[in-house]
Design a protein around this ligand. Sequence first.
Ligand code: FES
Length: 136
Amino acid sequence: MDACFSRRSLLVAGGAGLGALTLAACGGSPVPEVDGVAPGGRIVALADVPVGGVYELSVDGHRVVLAQPTAGTVVGFDATCTHQGCTVRATEGGPLACPCHGSEFDPVTGEVLQGPAVRPLAPFAVTVSGADVVLA
Ligand code: FES
């Protein structure tokens, strides 16, 4: 299992009810990090999640993946591979891929597209509220 290490050198946003957005790195690739988000709290602006694409971030130290398959609809998944726990990553226009043993997952449903993983990614509950993606 690989680990995420926070790089708190860049504070992008913060404040009461908004959490703090910094950068975190897993395997050397930094992703935005949001801390302290309560249910209903803003995770990211809806506009930051590309329609038809994927947005990777860390929420309270847990890597997650958000996808916006159609405008205004966002789904989220825990980025922990269900095979042995590595962190899956987005690929250019393709599935979520695990660098450890090659499993691939559908970024919209979380279903396994290629093993050795046999179980889908765990959902990460989000919803859209106005112009924001919020924790459900
Ligand atoms: S940990 Fe992801 S394929 Fe093995």
